[in-house]
Design a protein around this ligand. Sequence first.
Ligand code: CP3
Length: 338
Amino acid sequence: MPGPLLATLKGERQPRPPIWLMRQAGRYLPEYRALRAEKGGFLELVYDSAAAAEITLQPIRRFGFDGAILFADILIVPHAMGQGLAFTAGEGPQLSPTLLEVDLDHFTPAPARFDPVYETVRRTRAQLGPEVTMLGFAGSPWTVATYMIAGEGAKDQGPARLLAYRDPARMQAIIDAIIAVTVTYLSGQIEAGAEAVQLFDSWAGSLAPDEFERWVIAPNAAITAAVKARHPEVPVIGFPKGAGAKLPAYARETGVDAVGLDETLDPAWAHASLPEGMPVQGNLDPLLLEAGGPALAARARAIIAAFAGRPHVFNLGHGIGQHTPIAHVEALLGVVRG
Ligand code: CP3
């Protein structure tokens, strides 16, 4: 018997929506901050399978969420492709050298960097109850490429968008390389025990329509097809953040089983616009969760009501913020669980 989250992703509506929160294993939890202070930096935690499994389990123990998302980061893929990666406190991640400075063939692939992540999945799955779904993930090629190209977060993803216009063949080669590595990575996570996987396209919203087709829909379709060829029973959740009106095309054309909705989307519009019966995940504003109060409960109820006619996984529209009070998460769980 699959747990309620896995059943929902396979298309079965539940009496109450299952719930997990993007970035639920993270800095808003005092137990995470304590372990991080003890172990050093973020990357050290990701590559320490015992610590990463513990962090993955922390929000399950505290809140009893229906899904456990692997503690790792979308930038592990560039790192395994051989690009340098550093998380400097207060500065955000830095990748070097950038794809503006060198070509892909400058990098020496380091696929063994995936091994501790697979071990984290194995250790976590072994400690989870059968009703909790183990979720794997990867960044989508466009979002990952924006960091490989600029070396850091860049305003409006300008460097990657310019490269894609100036030299689409080179952009295609970068995207294709990320697709290949991502298929290997997700398959490895599944073989280690992930029961569903999510593709995070955090910066899908910065692309014009033709570019959205080429750099978001096509790569997500390619990854989904390749993962499903190996693991047809494993649901794929696509999360093209900021897709807006382009979401229905994404949902129809990529082959993903379920779509994540960011907080800017009207649930009634999403329900009317997406394929009948397709599971949706979302879409409470993380800042409303941080703010709390009666508006939080009211919005959570409205989202649940709007998706009563299709399989729905309750989640946020993006990751939970580091200043979110624990009490607000507890209040949200009270509303969702009734
Ligand atoms: O739900 C999930 O946990 C999914 C996995 C995920 C993480 N980060 C885990 C994480 C995903 C999809 C991301 C995305 C990500 N990571 C982006 C794209 C933009 C976005 O927010 O979607 C970027 C730029 C990163 C790089 C990154 N990772 C930053 C800037 C930080 C914070 C700085 C730091 O030193 O902690 C991280 C850390 C990170 N990634 C955490 C988690 C759970 C640690 C704790 C936290 O931030 O609360």
